[in-house]
Write a protein that binds this ligand. Structure first.
Ligand code: TNX
Length: 596
């Protein structure tokens, strides 16, 4: 089989510092793979890709604490120097691949060093999350079939003793610009199974995203099981109705294939499965319980919430709100004066937080409280603020940091991490500045660049258009700090929301996400694009598009669907696999245009 060596300039996201050397490192079926204690997750991921994708026959082995100490001594800085020689073999013997953790190293939690020399490969970091990124980088230096579940079966080396693959010689020093780099999946409008979510996460962490935000509830459906366990004595709400009733509903809109939204829900066990899958890949799961608006699914399931001060005062004939499958937003809300509202919040938020004892954030939504605002106002002393502030207190008592959308600034500016989707108007900009002044951190998701539910061009079959059509350069060409205006210094990172009004299942989700998600990953990982020099900026975007081009075969091999965006100079010839069966391009025939 041809010995094709990856070009390190195609790494995506582009690393902070890359040096290349002459020659290759040859990976054989028996190349050793050793790791420090504590590096099990990264070693297991690397081992399973090498095995399934390339036919490697080894097993990962933990170094004894003593051995690890010898190699680990300054290992993070050693990847280049004398320690590295010790960590390799003597006299240029192949010392295999080593994943070394050095908690003392003066590196950020996600930073890593990767050194590939002819006599061995060293991945080193101060923390497990850094090592996971080193593994993602190493995988991108191997042939694309390493990403394929069955790549090992596509062919074997020509002769006994031939390498499985050759790696280019590099020394990479890398780490992210922002600590928060997220993807949001809206499973409330249309459901994704646990397997579908895991497949999407796998593709997202290969480009170094580290947050999965799950929009679990909305008007159209409730996706997370809440039990009656631990209910307060005076609480007669049947929480199991949330999934029994509203787990069976979804958005009515016909979507791309004429199919309405997909219903379904996660048992608590399902949710824990998602969390542990993500954690093993360095990805934090942030659950969102959207309130006090977007609560149609709760009002449809729970009669006690349908009080006169809510958007649905119950009648004898209709003790709960009718199901809301429509696209419109802003009509439903909880009753700020009803004790049941607060009991409900405490029980639901407590149970959701306990599903992931290591979770750090809980998202409270807070978006689009339009009709509630008309009735009660939305300023700092409003009913909207009362519910949000109470929910923030509950979340903080649970040991979590509350997060909320843009609109929260008026109600709980300093109390919440703000996810900014709208920075267009003066009012929104002033709001963000004020929130930052009071200590809020910002997650940047500007609708005009990061909303991956928007169409990639006006004729695209999938997606909405209210923010803007977003092609690949548009998703890349923005700066989070610049977008945040006066709040630039408080930016924690970026997130790409995928709302699901038009999305049905994994394939359609991926078709909107890829390759644009790679752009958001780079915005979060790489330093800012050159400002004030149009030519340099254009060159940087072109270089990015060429990296995306080489990501294509890897996505295809991994079975990830992506759009063949015309701005990308695709390089889809995979030397050892030419049939890119999973690539789906835009079919623009007779597709309903969902006005927004
Ligand atoms: C706005 S921006 C929403 C969602 C919709 C989305 C569609 C924001 C926080 N909320 O409710 O699904 O637009 O693009």
């Amino acid at each position: 089989m041809a010995d094709i060596v990856a070009d390190p300039s195609h790494l995506l996201p582009a690393p902070r510092d890359l040096r290349t050397g002459e020659g290759v490192y040859r990976l054989t079926p028996s190349t050793p793979l050793l790791h420090s204690p504590g590096a099990e997750d990264a070693a297991a991921l690397l081992a399973s890709r090498l095995r399934d994708g390339l036919g490697w026959e080894g097993a990962a082995r933990a170094l004894e604490a003593r051995e690890a100490a010898v190699f680990g001594e300054g290992s993070a800085s050693a990847a280049a120097g004398e320690g590295a020689d010790r960590a390799r073999g003597r006299d240029g013997d192949d010392a295999g691949m080593r994943l070394l953790l050095d908690p003392q190293a003066a590196m950020g939690e996600e930073d890593y060093l990767l050194s590939v020399r002819a006599d061995g490969v060293i991945l080193s970091a101060a923390a497990p999350r850094g090592l996971l990124h080193a593994v993602s980088t190493l995988l991108q230096l191997l042939p694309p079939r390493v990403a394929a579940p069955d790549g090992a079966q596509w062919g074997r080396p020509d002769g006994e003793g031939d390498p499985l693959a050759s790696l280019p010689l590099v020394r990479i020093e890398d780490g992210p610009r922002y600590a928060y780099r997220g993807l949001m999946l809206d499973v409330a409008r249309s459901f994704l199974s646990v397997e579908e979510i895991c497949a999407i996460v796998e593709a997202a962490c290969a480009i170094k995203l580290n947050v999965l935000h799950l929009h679990l509830v909305d008007d159209q459906g409730w996706r997370i099981e809440i039990t009656n366990e631990g209910r307060q004595d005076d609480d007669d709400i049947d929480y199991t109705a949330l999934t029994r009733v509203s787990g069976a509903t979804a958005v009515d809109a016909p979507g791309f294939t004429g199919r309405p939204g997909i219903a379904g829900w996660y048992s608590q066990e399902d949710y824990r499965t998602i969390v542990s899958f993500c954690r093993a890949r360095g990805v934090e799961v942030i659950p969102e319980i959207d309130l006090p608006g977007h609560v149609g699914a709760a009002l449809h399931a729970i009669p006690q919430l349908c009080t006169p001060g809510s958007s649905w005062p119950a009648t004898e004939q209709h003790p709960t709100a009718p199901r809301r499958g429509c696209l419109g937003v802003g009509q439903t809300y909880l009753d700020p004066g009803a004790p049941a509202t607060y009991r409900f919040l405490r029980h639901v938020l407590g149970q959701v937080a306990r599903l992931d004892p290591q979770g750090r954030h809980l998202h409270l939504g807070g978006d689009e409280p339009w009709e509630m605002g008309e009735r009660y106002g939305i300023g700092p002393d409003s009913a909207y603020a009362r519910i949000l502030c109470e929910a923030c207190d509950i979340v903080r008592e649970l040991g979590r940091r509350p997060v909320g959308w843009n609109e929260c600034w008026s109600a709980a500016p300093g109390h919440i991490t703000l996810q900014v989707w709208d920075v267009r108007g003066d009012q929104a900009r002033r709001g963000v500045a004020q929130a930052v002044e009071q200590g809020a951190g910002l997650i940047m998701s500007p609708g005009q660049h990061a909303y991956l539910d928007q169409k990639w061009d006006p004729h695209a079959p999938l997606g909405l258009t209210w923010a803007r059509t977003i092609d690949v350069p548009t998703a890349r060409d923005w700066d989070p700090a610049e977008q945040a205006g006066e709040g630039g210094c408080s930016v924690l990172g970026v997130e790409a929301p995928l709302w699901s009004e038009t999305v049905r299942g994994r394939r359609e989700a991926e078709l909107l996400l890829f390759p644009r998600l790679a752009a958001i990953a780079e915005v979060g990982w790489c330093r800012a694009l050159p400002a004030g020099d149009d030519e340099a900026r254009r060159a940087a975007i072109d270089a990015f598009l060429s990296r995306v081009a080489h990501l294509g075969p890897r996505l295809a091999c991994a079975g990830t669907t992506f759009h063949l965006s015309p701005e990308v100079p695709w390089q889809l010839a995979v030397p050892d696999y030419t049939e890119l069966a999973n690539v789906v391009s835009g079919n623009t025939d007779s597709v309903p245009d969902l006005a927004w």
